[in-house]
Design a protein around this ligand. Sequence first.
Ligand code: FAD
Length: 478
Amino acid sequence: STVILWFRRDLRLDDNPALQAALIDCDRLVPVYVHDPDSEAPWAPGAASRWWLHGSLASMDQALQTFGTGLLIARGDALAELRRIVAATGATRIHWNRLYDPTTRDRDGRIKQALRADGLRAESHNASLLFEPWEIATGTGEPYRVFTAFWRRCGARLSDVGPLPAPTTLPPPPESPDSLPLENLALLPRIPWDTGLRETWTPGETAALEQARAFVQGRIQGYASARDLPALAGTSALSSHLHFGEIGPRRVLAMVREQWDDPTADPVETFVREIGWREFAHHLIYHYPHTTDEPLDRRFAALPWREEDADRLLRAWQRGETGIPLVDAGMRQLWHTGWMHNRVRMVVASFLTKNLRLPWQAGARWFWDTLVDADLAANSLGWQWSAGCGADAAPYFRIFNPVLQGERFDKSGAYVRRWCPELARLPDKYIHQPWTAPSALLEHAGIRLGRDYPAPIVDLKASREAALAAYEVVKAAG
Ligand code: FAD
């Protein structure tokens, strides 16, 4: 029979359940990608994600070509395009891997129904997660809202999950409609702001597997301590590869197990736990779909955000011109590379929502457009956690002090010096708070505050107190 494999954010051949199911009794295989951003609105991929997607699709096409086939690229309404391809190829079955965010989930449900009504066999599979969000539940059958309990429940079943192999051959394609050239999807920026992205990342399955292997065989050993130091490349940098499904969490786990006999060994457990956070994020977005835009903890809907001067402050934050070095370094790393270290993501998010008292949704939107790993589940969880209104959130009264965070996690200032070179000549003692440096010293370092580098746009202490006062409203609502 002729079978369609509908690729989405599962751009790999390894450990791909939809592909493996498609291959059963298949004479002709049609690998398809349909670009349909309208159906993902309001969360159609942002600019940095589109850049990555372009590279990932090119890599997928190349991999398929080595098997004598290729990726059929289409654009438009996904259902209409799939129907057109069914009609042209005579396909009788279609397989794809599931997505869990609210818009694509609804869309895919409708597509499945419509194709089945057409008489096709339409089946979806799980490539993206260790466990389906509905498989993990509390004793009373409820979804989890606390990570530790969620992960404990997963832990008992972790040894049951493993990856599927990559295929060794693929059936040839049937006579198919012509593929659109990838360039026609216009995923790459028209103004070339993507130099830093190109220097930093290689999208695609081959790069994903290499990156995972190198991490598991090397850097994972120091992960437990290095993961908090933004100046080091101490983490796996797998987030975009995982988001686009160029590698799956089951393969990552299997690689870890191959390398490390003892699954409770410190670096291994700490790293696998982060994969657990990714699972938890998907669990939450599946069970609480409103959390993409609204707080999970509804009491926080009453929080009074700042109104006056909001646009100017938001812009300063986005551009890395707040005058707070660790925040600015993070925002510039994001702009330049499409990625930001997790510790710094927490700091800039706390600064935006607490010191500037701007809504977490505005920060989440900026991240959505600028992160190459922008992921609705992880981003919504990360922002709500930081704002104090999500699952398992940091208590609202815990407000990161970006100076102390810098002194603790970027002691020598290497990270700040890298991304804010205008501060490079400041001694370590002042690198995280240049406004406290004696003026002679600033002059010696070639810095005029307010000209070469901004003076702080808020007073950290006063803004902290204002935030605590604003949060009293929430406490009263509780
Ligand atoms: P590692 O430390 O090597 O972790 C391995 C993998 O575990 C990651 O690739 C990622 O898939 C997963 N992971 C790690 N931490 C988390 C977490 N807190 N939540 C969910 N999954 C996690 N991550 C995204 O993938 N996309 C986002 O859009 C995103 N937005 C965030 C926004 C905020 C405000 C915060 C605080 C965090 C956000 N994160 C997001 C989580 C985290 O910062 C990144 O996953 C991590 O920095 C990616 O780097 P890495 O691959 O080297 O991570």
